[in-house]
Design a protein around this ligand. Structure first.
Ligand code: GLA
Length: 343
């Protein structure tokens, strides 16, 4: 009798476990995001796809992928006359096979550039426009029809002016306009974005960007949207009213907005209170995405704390993504889902 009862309990637990798993799959972020026409994304490296738990979570929960590093110059164009598409191709193939969209990141950034390029600086015999145009043409052509949106320019601004990057110094401020045009020419269907950090609120940097973008649009330069990165720290929370006002003014220009690199780093020991605060910020961000039709994507900069750049670069074990190191959803996951599933 006792044996029977014991077996019954085991069976009950087991069948409920299965139900829980089924439920999770059926009620994934991806499923709700699709119903709301929202792209829910994350940034990845191709090697992470070999981690079965990672790949399963990725397929189940997300419909948008950003290659975290493999499309940056230092990886894809590390030799002057050669391109290495291998790592990025693996990511793009995985995405397309699993019905996900790809965000190309990035055609221009001031960091992670190859030695051969940096060495050319100040060489007056070099035609820098040709080098940039050739890079953009080759990469965009390779991914034509496969990359849904490009971060054409990443982090071009510094406080209230242009950042004095390699391309700014060697081509001039027009490099932005030219890069957008070259990208559009190569793949007219790809959506083109300018992506930056610390432009989420109304401040001198977002004011400068607003003027810059207004000017580009008045000249009919192809541009579809702005990427707001949202790399946040728990203790420096944003003024959400200012964020919303800022979103509205860019939307009024006819642009889309994507949240492109969300993470909410916590310092010190991780407590329930910190997790709750973090979850509340995630929720507030998702409320904005859900509220505005043209805020079309929400991407976290990494899927699980296991692989976050913040762990790698700052040795902080609490980088604030929505899955922990074991791929268990955190409170933030449930909070954003709560908003995503609203009608
Ligand atoms: C920026 C870049 C990303 C990423 C992060 C972290 O936000 O846009 O590509 O590298 O920094 O390093």
């Amino acid at each position: 009798m006792f044996k029977k009862f014991f077996c019954f309990i085991i069976l009950l637990v087991f069948s409920n476990c299965n139900k829980i798993i089924d439920n999770t799959e059926d009620k994934s972020l991806r499923k709700y995001a699709k119903n709301s026409n929202i792209l829910i994304g994350t940034a990845i490296e191709s090697i992470q796809l070999e981690d079965i738990k990672f790949a399963e979570t990725l397929k189940r929960e997300f419909n948008y992928i950003t290659p975290e590093n493999s499309m940056k110059w230092g990886f894809i164009h590390s030799k002057r006359y050669e391109f290495d598409f291998d790592r990025a191709d693996k990511i793009v193939d995985f995405a397309l096979k699993n019905n996900m969209k790809v965000r190309g990141h990035t055609l221009i950034w001031h960091i992670e550039n190859p030695e051969w390029l940096l060495k050319l600086e100040n060489d007056t015999s070099v035609n820098f426009e040709n080098i940039l145009a050739y890079h953009i043409k080759t990469v965009v052509k390779h991914y034509k029809g496969k990359v849904y949106a490009w971060d054409v320019i990443n982090e071009a601004l510094e406080y209230n002016r242009y950042k004095e990057t390699f391309w700014y110094k060697n081509i001039g401020e027009d490099y932005i306009e030219k890069a957008l045009k070259w990208t559009h020419k190569e793949d007219p269907n790809a959506k083109l974005f300018i992506n930056d950090n610390m432009i989420e609120e109304i401040n001198p940097k977002s004011d400068f960007l607003y003027e810059l973008v207004n000017n580009l649009l008045s000249k009919n330069v192809p541009l579809d949207g702005i990427g707001f990165q949202f790399h946040l720290k728990l203790n420096n929370s944003l003024d959400m009213e200012s964020v919303e006002k800022n979103i509205k003014r860019f939307l009024e220009l006819g642009l889309e907005i994507n949240f492109t690199e969300v993470d909410i780093e916590t310092e010190g020991e991780l407590t329930e209170e910190k997790l709750e605060k973090q979850a509340t910020i995630y929720k507030k961000l998702m409320i904005l995405v859900k509220k505005y039709d043209k805020v079309t994507a929400f991407t976290t900069w990494g899927l699980s704390d296991k692989y976050s750049w913040i762990v790698r670069e700052y040795d902080n074990k609490n980088p604030g993504l929505i899955f922990d190191e074991e791929f268990n959803p955190k409170l933030a996951y449930y909070k954003i889902k709560e908003i995503l599933q609203l009608p």
